[in-house]
Design a protein around this ligand. Sequence first.
Ligand code: PCA
Length: 213
Amino acid sequence: MKILITGFEPFGGEIINPSYEAVKSLPGEVNGAAIIKRQVPTVFRKSIMELEKLVDEIRPDIVIAVGQAGGRVDISVERVAINIDDAAIKDNEGNQPVDEAIFEDGENAYFSNLPIKAIVKRIKEGGIPASISNSAGTFVCNHIMYGLLYLIDKKYPGIKGGFIHVPYLPEQVVNKRNTPSMNINDIRKALILAVEAIVEHSAGGIAGDEGKV
Ligand code: PCA
């Protein structure tokens, strides 16, 4: 089994992005599944194009996109991506789409088809705070999650895919009072636990909890 895990470039004035810091620290294999780690640009459109190129090349069974959610307190496993770009800040190439559809021929929303409840349960059992999130926002993270699920819907129906948001690292909040953070080892461990839950689930664990509300 091949699992593609992506993290994002730093954006919005930050010099690191915890998502790619954690992704690049992952082992090459978890429970027999090969882990392929890549960074994607924090840029509308280009992020989806690069992700599609990676999926075409690697042909993974599972894709997990990971991104930074500054201000969130825990690991949040996203349930849904919506067909809208509405950026409050510019992306890394100066784009700032407002109220634009991502794909005109796409559904209004797509649900993650990863076992989101099993992932949250496993991360919490590992002693790390985690929850399901019902919004990935309207910036590049929602954009790539939507692009991934659109790609699965239109071209690769066999692939399972979804998105996980992670908090700031402690060094990013030194000058941001009252802002939560999580250390890199816990974020890394949470991603490994997520992969374990997904591998077990696809090996015939608790079938079909994906996307259930
Ligand atoms: N977080 C942003 C985009 C890139 C990232 O790591 C977001 O939540 O949309």
